[in-house]
Design a protein around this ligand. Sequence first.
Ligand code: HEC
Ligand code: HEC
Ligand code: HEC
Ligand code: HEC
Ligand code: HEC
Ligand code: HEC
Length: 260
Amino acid sequence: MKQLVLGGLLVLVLWSGWPDSAVAVDQAQLQSINQSWSQSAHALANVNCSSCHQNNSAKQVIQQPTHESCRSCHEAQVDTFLLGKHGIRLLEGQPALTPALAHLPMQAAAHDKQMNCNACHDVHSVKTLPASVDSCLTCHQDTHSLNYKNSRHAQLLREEGALPRPSTASTTCATCHLPRQTSASGTVMVNHKNTYTLLPRDRMVKEVCMNCHGMEFAYNSIFDDDLVESNFARPPTLSMDTLKMVRALEKQRSGNSTSE
Ligand code: HEC
Ligand code: HEC
Ligand code: HEC
Ligand code: HEC
Ligand code: HEC
Ligand code: HEC
């Protein structure tokens, strides 16, 4: 099976040839890519090398596919990604976002790391668990992000062990910033617009926290700047006026705060 697939790509490569500019792709690199792919959800679903590396109309090999190669099967994920701060530069035809362009503190080693699907997923293994926390921390280095590991949320995730995907009982960076949403037909989709739950701030209360916490607990947590900075590493001490919370929630429900 592995041999077949690898052979299949090599045939594809020999037949059409990598583009002239191609950096030599050695056998060892192909082996390791094939290894990651063969254990992936894609391999199980018969999504193979040519699904992403072959241009259907021109029958050419695409050596470095972009997010556009994902669109035929994951349109909603591609579209939401392009609308958030992570993806908007690509939507506008600019070079990808990199930590070098950020105001927020970032890992020096990731200075030139380009933001695309591969930045979080590893397009060949397409695992979602490492995408949910570890991938974020390869770039983000602000206090809030670094403090996540000290939170109850992180502890509960660690106790879950290595599931293929974070369960609905755990709270990762992605639970809050790339929330799962259920469509009318019941399919769950990860909203990849990474700035969606940030503005207004209490959008996160309804979209995320209230799946697990009461309204009062959630409001008192999210409007406490120190608690946000600590990444919710203690119970809330703030006590907001309940009526104010109800009004804020009502305003959000009736769609008055449509800024995204
Ligand atoms: C889900 C889509 C997808 C599948 C399936 C896939 N690839 Fe890729 N592949 C990509 C993307 C996207 C990139 C570019 C990653 C990046 O941004 O660096 C890539 C990069 C590569 C590269 C590196 C090219 C370079 O110049 O560095 C090789 C080699 C490669 N893929 C081989 C394979 C092989 C072999 C298979 C099948 C076993 C495979 N790919 C399956 C999407 C895919
Ligand atoms: C030919 C269709 C097809 C293409 C092209 C494709 N995928 Fe997929 N993808 C699937 C299918 C089918 C699944 C498995 C069922 C599901 O979870 O929806 C899947 C699952 C996934 C998952 C979830 C894996 C998991 O463990 O739950 C991720 C992440 C993913 N794809 C990312 C990508 C990325 C990134 C690209 C482009 C580089 C891409 N896919 C291109 C069909 C495709
Ligand atoms: C900022 C990191 C990040 C980037 C960039 C990213 N993803 Fe994801 N993606 C995730 C995480 C994390 C999950 C799983 C979240 C969860 O299950 O709670 C996920 C889940 C998915 C899934 C599983 C199906 C679903 O929606 O439930 C697909 C498919 C997917 N991503 C495709 C893509 C594609 C295509 C791109 C590029 C356009 C992309 N992702 C870019 C982090 C990212
Ligand atoms: C390739 C590096 C990289 C990865 C991986 C990455 N990010 Fe980002 N992210 C950035 C950069 C760069 C910005 C822009 C920061 C700025 O403008 O100061 C950003 C912006 C953000 C913002 C918006 C901040 C704001 O105030 O507008 C959030 C939220 C965010 N990322 C969360 C995440 C999460 C959650 C993950 C993992 C699921 C993740 N990021 C993965 C580089 C990355
Ligand atoms: C329980 C929910 C939750 C979790 C988990 C979480 N965040 Fe946040 N994050 C927030 C809230 C709330 C804000 C503040 C929004 C605001 O200031 O309006 C925020 C802000 C941010 C910002 C913007 C920081 C700034 O100074 O503007 C980034 C970047 C970010 N988070 C990344 C991450 C990363 C990376 C992780 C995981 C390591 C993570 N977050 C985990 C809720 C969460
Ligand atoms: C998937 C469920 C889930 C989601 C979503 C979630 N939490 Fe939690 N949270 C928990 C659990 C479980 C605990 C641990 C409760 C306990 O120990 O009794 C917890 C604990 C906390 C704590 C207390 C930490 C401590 O050390 O005692 C705070 C504060 C908190 N969450 C805030 C939030 C906020 C704010 C949001 C939304 C931005 C949120 N949570 C989203 C499940 C969740």
